[in-house]
Design a protein around this ligand. Sequence first.
Ligand SMILES: [Zn+2]
Ligand SMILES: [Zn+2]
Length: 243
Amino acid sequence: MKSLFDLLYPPRCPVCDGVRFSGEPVCCPACRERLRFIEGPACLCCGRPVGGEDREYCYDCAKRKRSYSGGLSLGVYEGALKESVLRFKFSGREEYASFYAEQFVERYGKQLMRFRADVLLPVPMHKRKDRKRGYNQAASFAKELSERTGIPVAEDILLRTRYTAPQKELNDVGRLQNLLRAFAVREEAFRTQEKDHPVKRVILVDDIYTTGSTMEACASLLLGAGAEAVMPVTVAVAGGYAD
Ligand SMILES: [Zn+2]
Ligand SMILES: [Zn+2]
């Protein structure tokens, strides 16, 4: 029997946004075919596809200092996945997080567990944006990953302290400096996350990886607070200068 919730908010396919009925897979089989996930060699830092087996890092990561490594992403931010993520971000389709996490764990479950993370930290959004949208999509994705892996999520460790204006006009250095001021780590919460067990290994979760400057800002603050390793995990990664 359908619950009232299902009638009011029927599950929708994350690709075509069509209503799905109970018992059906949440993503239409034909739509699933349209989603292209990352296959083959990927950047050891951010998870973006790289041209060939001989390349360890993408163009962006090769020329910059990165405070994180081992990044994983479901797919390149283009085509059907891009359309889906845009609705996830801007059209209230928070429910897509469950499909993304299911697919993510199916592909990368082993790598996630091998990393032995203490915690999943979603990249926080400024309250002003959070309020407008109703949810932080990075946190929604992190919670769904947590349900499937048992790794706890903490939303009180990494905080957004100020609103950052769109940064297109800034160069790399300016963007990073701006972002370093936009986030903060609550060191007390960081040290005592699991009673007396300090947080050392962090999976940093976001929806889209673009230039990497948000990840770099958060990861360097976390390392400064005592983290040992930071692994970025995202739904989609912008192609950038991969080739
Ligand atoms: Zn569909
Ligand atoms: Zn990279």
